[in-house]
Ligand binder design. Structure first.
Ligand SMILES: Cc1cc2nc3c(=O)[nH]c(=O)nc-3n(C[C@H](O)[C@H](O)[C@H](O)COP(=O)(O)OP(=O)(O)OC[C@H]3O[C@@H](n4cnc5c(N)ncnc54)[C@H](O)[C@@H]3O)c2cc1C
Length: 522
């Protein structure tokens, strides 16, 4: 999968595509996989990099959503649990099982959450990952040695799925490409092409050269997350907004704050939010917040009060209080929620999805979550085939193995996400041993992964390689900024870039990484 090949395919096609998908996050990439696997001619266009938006900034859980159960949304939980089971089968190299413990500090929490989690087990049925059960105070502390012991009565353990969101995104892109789709990053759609008032294609810009090109389509799909309404306005300038935006922030701490393999799940903080502390790639991920925001942007920033909330609440549940200087990285993501009646309370907005067809035939998919991307794609492609009058073909993604499928996964650590490709990475380091060294002493990322990302995964910038193909930016933002010159050198060699490019890349990356670092004194 290389960008020059993809660009050539995108611009050379004289025949209309069956489907053109706008947006390369979880939703758009899932649609590209579904569509290509049905044998439809598929083009996906992403304005920045794959998963640059929300899809690289999640809590990284493939879950039914215990809290939707609290909200009484049984249908959504059932669907998500089914999807969790399917994805575990179709991408075992990317989705792991994780134990979560709900700590109990009052007498009523054990029976209350115990019953809720039994219902969760029942809903998962055959695809369950293991039964929930009560833990004594001692058993709870054994699994979570850094949990606040004062007042602890016990806990309830249950199981859910965990993944690496940006790695799943690139795996979906590769899976779609394996099935013949054309996918292009750095290609914003700037206009829709209409014939007799019907949307019949798009105008996109190759952001690397500035050149615009037209792509004709039987049907165009808007899968742009928090940017849904701006694309809808290319079709109908007066279109009513469909999406509301809510920001969620995470902080990343050293593993010493959460040693062991279990996560903490607090179903309800004192102000009614869900809080997770999760072991992830050898770090502890703490999140999240739910803050309504007015404007969608690609690089949202954590608000000081969101960081305070996370630090204060983490301190409440951890025996050692995290301080600002302990934070390795802080990142914010924007939830594209389907608009309801405007009560302003985004925490209670349902996370299910909807497909809408405008008068012009533009198909828009809104809402959903990472866990349900496959079902969202199935529903969207079914609808799109009808709108585009494309011959109906059944969806096959229920059992479609994703690129690199390997069961059981054989590679240790972060390389597990590469599945069967990890072997090729090992061959690369065998032929060039200097690539085996870590990029930086504080980062579990090798030089080989950067070369691989540029060569095979369409990474075009240092940010693509350090923020999404590897997760260096989230694992230690400061260390990743120090590693940027080495990454730029490796990528320049792969992509045929000069020294000026490298300087500019390092400058741009460091400017970005600054916003992921917490200043101890601010
Ligand atoms: C804090 C947080 C935590 C979450 N945690 C979880 C979780 O643990 N589990 C879970 O299942 N879900 C979770 N979610 C939800 C999940 O991350 C989102 O539902 C999902 O990533 C949305 O994907 P998307 O493709 O719709 O949007 P995006 O990932 O934002 O993708 C849309 C893409 O469209 C592109 N685009 C926009 N305009 C154009 C244009 N004109 N031309 C071309 N491209 C364009 C954008 O650049 C962007 O890449 C979480 C969300 C947040 C914010």
């Amino acid at each position: 999968m290389t960008r020059p090949d993809m660009l050539a395919a995108a611009t050379a096609s004289r025949e209309p595509w069956d489907l053109v998908v706008i947006g390369g996050g979880a939703t758009g990439l899932g649609i590209a996989v579904d569509s290509a696997a049905r044998g439809y001619r598929t083009l996906l266009l992403e304005q920045h990099d794959f998963a640059k938006g929300t899809s690289s900034r999640s809590t990284k859980l493939i879950h039914g959503g215990v809290r939707y159960l609290q909200q009484g949304n049984v249908g959504l939980v059932l669907e998500a649990l089914r999807e969790r089971g399917l994805l575990t089968q179709n991408a075992p190299h990317l989705v792991g099982h994780l134990s979560f413990i709900v700590p109990n500090y009052t007498w009523w929490e054990a029976p209350f959450y115990g019953v809720g989690l039994k219902i969760y087990d029942l809903l998962a049925g055959k695809l369950g990952l293991g039964p929930s059960k009560h833990l004594s105070r001692e058993e709870t502390l054994q699994r979570l040695p850094t949990l606040e012991p004062e007042g602890l009565k016990g806990g309830i353990i249950y199981y859910d799925g965990q993944f690496d969101d940006a790695r799943l995104a690139v795996t979906l892109a590769q899976t779609a490409a394996d099935h013949g789709a054309t996918l292009l990053n750095y290609a914003p759609v700037v206009a829709l092409v209409k014939k007799s008032d019907l949307v019949r294609g798009v105008v996109a810009r190759d952001a690397e050269t500035g050149r615009e090109f037209e792509a004709a389509a039987r049907v165009v799909i808007n899968a742009t997350g928090v940017f849904t309404d701006s694309v809808r306005r290319l079709d109908e300038p007066e279109a009513e907004p469909l999406v509301t935006v809510s920001q969620g922030v995470h902080i990343v701490l050293p593993k010493s704050f959460l040693p062991g393999d279990s996560a903490i799940m607090v179903p309800k903080t004192d102000d009614g939010r869900v809080l997770f502390a999760i072991p992830w790639h050898g770090r502890a991920l703490i999140g999240t917040t739910d803050t309504p925001v007015a404007e969608a942007e690609l690089e949202p920033r954590a608000l000081p009060e969101e960081i305070d909330f996370l630090l204060t609440h983490a301190a409440r549940y951890l025996s050692k209080d995290p301080r600002r200087e302990d934070v390795l990285s802080v990142f914010a993501g924007l939830r594209p929620l389907r608009k309801t009646d405007g009560t302003g309370d985004t925490a209670s907005v349902p996370r299910d999805h909807g497909v809408l067809v405008s008068k012009s035939g533009l198909v828009t998919i809104t809402g959903g979550k990472w866990t349900t991307y496959r079902k969202m794609a199935e529903d969207t492609v079914n609808q799109a085939a009808t709108v585009g009058e494309i011959d109906e073909r059944p969806c096959i993604t229920n059992s479609l193995r994703l690129h690199g499928w390997q069961n059981p996964p054989t590679s240790p650590g972060l390389l597990q996400c590469f599945g069967s490709d990890a072997e090729k990475l090992r061959e690369l380091t065998a032929s060039q041993p200097d690539l085996a060294a870590p990029l930086h002493a504080a980062l579990p990322v090798t030089a080989a992964e950067i070369v691989w990302a540029a060569r095979h995964e369409m990474a075009r910038t240092v940010e693509d390689a350090l923020a999404r193909r590897t997760r260096a930016l989230l694992l230690d933002a400061r260390a990743s900024a120090e590693a940027a010159p080495r990454a730029a050198g490796l990528m320049a060699r792969e992509l045929g870039r000069d020294e000026a490019w490298q300087h500019e890349q390092v400058r741009a990356y460091r400017a970005l990484a600054k916003d992921y670092v917490l200043n101890p004194h601010s």
